[in-house]
Design a protein around this ligand. Structure first.
Ligand code: NDP
Ligand code: 8X3
Length: 264
């Protein structure tokens, strides 16, 4: 854990909307897709518990959202996850925190990067889910939603470890749905293609602005809000409907390796 303020258990039940009275945990809420999900869910009336490592970002967000629980937590720190999430009651878990590092071929990759990607994208999802799911099962309701990726369905050169991690996320989602059928808890994965206006490519390409720009050159990629709207739609289906897997592409992207770019 990197530092935490107020243990995130203050309740604010004052908001109206389709998610009023439901409490949502969102990892990776300090930027990009997680931030957009926080805004969307709050707009729909949910109480929020926001998680990321950058507490200052989360604090700013709570002001914008008119209140939220904040937990500055590194999801790779399993002991901290277990300690801080013990006994926490939530109705919705959004496992969004994740990253890719580099675009090296496997023969040239850095094992330290591999470790961090696997620890965050796979072990982080497992640790958080293990901490929060038993309470949901005991209460007989809830939603556990992964932000996967099309990289969990296809692979591409230079993406081996990231793709492996997202394939693992999809396997975890599938196993959970099989293990807990009939429990009242729903499991979903939202798998987007390329999404801009997040820090994903800046992190992956270590701040190389020219290369980051090239990723999205001549394309209208998905926006974080597009993903958040899909998440909100899934969460607001009636209880007998479990949207399992939702793949979201930019219109200009046909696969992880096929992107139509405007010339110029
Ligand atoms: P961002 O880099 O903008 O967001 C990543 C978030 O994860 C940040 O809030 C970051 O916060 C948090 N995070 C990273 N590591 C940790 C950690 N160890 N513990 C806690 N929080 C952590 O990227 P996106 O919004 O694009 O990515 C969100 C998810 O969407 C990821 O799982 C990514 O794989 C997936 N995705 C992204 C796509 C894209 O094209 N952008 C496409 C498909 C899927 P902080 O640094 O403050 O900890
Ligand atoms: C991010 C999408 O295609 O860069 O998950 O792997 S991609």
């Amino acid at each position: 854990m990197i530092g935490m303020n107020a243990r995130a258990d203050s309740r604010d039940g004052g908001k109206d909307g389709p998610l009023a009275g439901r409490r949502a945990w969102i990892s990776g809420a300090s930027s990009g897709i997680g931030l957009a999900c926080a805004r969307a869910l709050r707009g729909a009336g949910a109480e929020l518990v926001l998680c990321a490592r950058r507490a200052d970002r989360l604090q700013q967000l709570t002001v914008e959202l008119g209140g939220a629980g904040v937990l500055a937590l590194d999801v790779t720190d399993r002991a901290a996850v277990e300690r801080e999430l013990a006994g926490m009651e939530v109705d919705i878990v959004i496992n969004n925190a994740g990253l890719a590092l580099g675009v090296d071929k496997l023969s040239a990759g850095d094992p330290a990067d591999w470790q961090r990607v696997i620890d965050t994208n796979v072990m982080g999802v497992l640790s958080v889910t293990r901490a929060l799911l038993p309470g949901m099962l005991a209460r007989g309701r809830g939603d556990v939603l992964m932000i996967g990726s099309v990289a969990g369905r296809q692979v591409y050169p230079g993406g081996g470890v990231y793709c492996a991690s997202k394939h693992a996320v999809r396997a975890i989602y599938e196993a959970l749905r099989l293990e807990h059928v009939g429990s009242g808890v729903r499991f979903s994965t939202v798998d987007p293609g390329m999404v801009t206006n997040t820090e994903f490519s800046n992190v992956r390409l270590r701040g190389d602005e020219a290369r980051v720009k090239a990723v999205y050159q001549g394309v209208d990629p998905l926006q974080p809000q597009d993903v958040a709207e899909a998440v909100l739609w899934i969460l607001t289906r009636p209880p007998h409907v479990n949207v399992g897997e939702l793949v979201l592409w930019a219109s200009a992207q046909a696969s992880t390796t096929s992107v139509h770019r405007r010339p110029g």
